[in-house]
Design a protein around this ligand. Sequence first.
Ligand SMILES: C[S@@+](CC[C@H](N)C(=O)[O-])C[C@H]1O[C@@H](n2cnc3c(N)ncnc32)[C@H](O)[C@@H]1O
Length: 246
Amino acid sequence: MRRATLPPELLEQATAPYRPLGNFAWRFARGKLGVDPAFAGLLQRGLLPARARILDIGCGQGLLAALLGSLDGRSAAERHWPADWAAAPAHCQVHGIELMPLDVARARQALTHLGERARFTQGDMCRTDFGQADTVVILDVLHYVSYQAQEDVLRRVKAALTPGGTLLLRVGDASAGLPFKISNWVDAAVTFVRGHRLSRLYCRTLRDWQALLGDLGFTVQAIPMHQGTPFANILLVARLTPPPTA
Ligand SMILES: C[S@@+](CC[C@H](N)C(=O)[O-])C[C@H]1O[C@@H](n2cnc3c(N)ncnc32)[C@H](O)[C@@H]1O
């Protein structure tokens, strides 16, 4: 499948709510949504169902909610929707959980117009209630917490998912050599600039991530999600395996 990028009109609509917050929030939104292949990739592949309750763990300033919110109430033609993409996921509700108070403040301020369709909780994913969700999205977040905490979060994600639900988990592949090292250097720099203390990252190889999710009862598909970047990021589409019928 060829690399997806957001059509410029859609990028403009999704990032416009950050404009009143100042240059940093707006430029960050444009840079991330414009360059990171994950957001367009999720839409292109139809991985976010319409009307889904989505839990976005480590949501930053709420970019996924902003993108999905910009799809509501417009026809495909008005959205300049690429003809070869899956149908647009309209009317989704996003609950974002984010550690950094400043990011949560930006998300809330930018997206108040979305009302119940975008709400944000400031908290640590290791302690914050996940509620129920049809789709859980975790993009580049789990490696910040210990291996044991990762496993606990994934167990709680499983319990939070409705039947047939999906976890969309993007991780780095620690066996990928230089691209993985570049991912970590950039991660450390951005993390520092965004006000986190620099601390150890808890990475795993792709094989280990797949085995962990498999042990928890997920069926996993791995999709490279770093096209156009020098990184080694993989999107794991993890679906709950139905229990065997007696
Ligand atoms: C690399 S950023 C990714 C942001 C967003 N998922 C995206 O792809 O645009 C990682 C985010 O996870 C957040 N984060 C890190 N540890 C967290 C924790 N324990 N609980 C909640 N959020 C956390 C960071 O503050 C940051 O916003």
